[in-house]
Structure formats: structure tokens, C-alpha cells
Design a protein around this ligand. Sequence first.
Ligand code: ADP
Length: 201
Amino acid sequence: LQSPYHGGHLEVIVGPMFSGKSEELIRRVTRALIARQRVAVFKPAIDDRYHATEVASHNGRRVEAHAVRHAQEARAILHGETPLLPSEVALPDMVAFDEAQFFDEGLVDLALELAERGVRVVLAGLDLDFRGEPFGVMPQLLARAESVEKLTAICLCCGAPATRTQRLIGGEPAHYFDPVVLVGASESYEARCRVHHVVRR
Ligand code: ADP
């Protein structure tokens, strides 16, 4: 089954960590490649989990990707580095972004521009940060998407569907005001349901 949409559109995949967002993105990309479609995959350069030139899921599946520092860099790559006549550049059939929550606002404009020009755009990312609050550009993307898939993981405390990402620092729930990016601390994340998600204040 190919996409039910005619022409360009946005597909957003969200959920907490370990819910299979990367797995689902990789699945959609792989199917498009099997159908000999042209696909470009991007991820933010800050997430160097596993590999700089691949998107990998926690269960080890992977596809090739460009690691970029911002949306503008992805646009330059799509325009073959010479955006002199951007409207004449042949775009891929599908463009995918993993860890979309880490991109700048420019991602919204780029995604819309690609969709307007007929591209199937797939964006996977965390809908909520560790505090349980909307993460970066995700609300903008979710509101504009033709299709939204909310995935769940399994709560490590009770086995219910997990919709949140619990942040642990030294094994204890993180505080609300702990910085989102913490360098050098022994921190970890686990999937939790609403009941077992704890944010200390
Ligand atoms: P995401 O991109 O959403 O972080 P991934 O696609 O990278 O998710 O990884 C999903 C995989 O994570 C699952 O297939 C499973 O192997 C693993 N996993 C680890 N912890 C959990 C959990 N609590 N619930 C479900 N899957 C988990």
C-alpha cells in the first residue's frame, strides 16, 4: 500500500522514547526504496547515537542519512548545493527527518515547501520533552500534518502503554528546571505512562 495522499503531504510520527518512531520511519523509507523511489533522510547532527550517516533504531535497523546542523543545511543538500534555480531542481519522491524535535523553526517552512512541491515528507520526533511539555517545532508540524501516528512504548513501572519519557539523573527522577541538555551527568531515560511519569519540582 502506498500513501493514500495525492501529491505532496506531511506524515508525522510521534511518541516517547522507545516507542518505535525510528523503526517506523525506517520501515516507511525502506518500502519506498524497494519501490525504487528516490528518498533523502536527514537527522540533526547533535544526535550521534550509533552513527553520523545513518538513522538507527534501538533494535538495530538502519538507513543512510545526512546529519545536518539546521534545516537550511538540509535544504542546501536537496538543492544540490547550488540553489540558483531551486524550482528546477529535481526533488526526491520522499524526504524523511528523524529526531525532528531537535530541528530549528526552519524545518516547518522546509517541510511545507517540500509538500507544496509534491514531496512526501515524513517527520519522526518526540511530541513531549522529559517534563511532559510540547517539544520544539513538533506542535507546528503536528497541526499541519495530513497524517499523524502517535506510538506508545511499554511503561517500565506497570506495563501500560507509555506516552511519556521519564528522565532519570543518578537513578532519580529529574527536576523540572534541570537543563534539557545536561553534559557529563549519569542520566538515562525510560518509557512511562502518565501515572508513573514523575517530574520533581
Ligand atoms: P524511538 O525512535 O521511538 O526511540 P526506536 O525505534 O529507536 O524508538 O526503538 C524501539 C525499540 O526500543 C523497540 O522495538 C524495542 O526493541 C526497544 N525498547 C526498549 N525499551 C522499550 C520499552 N519500554 N517499550 C517498548 N520498546 C522498548
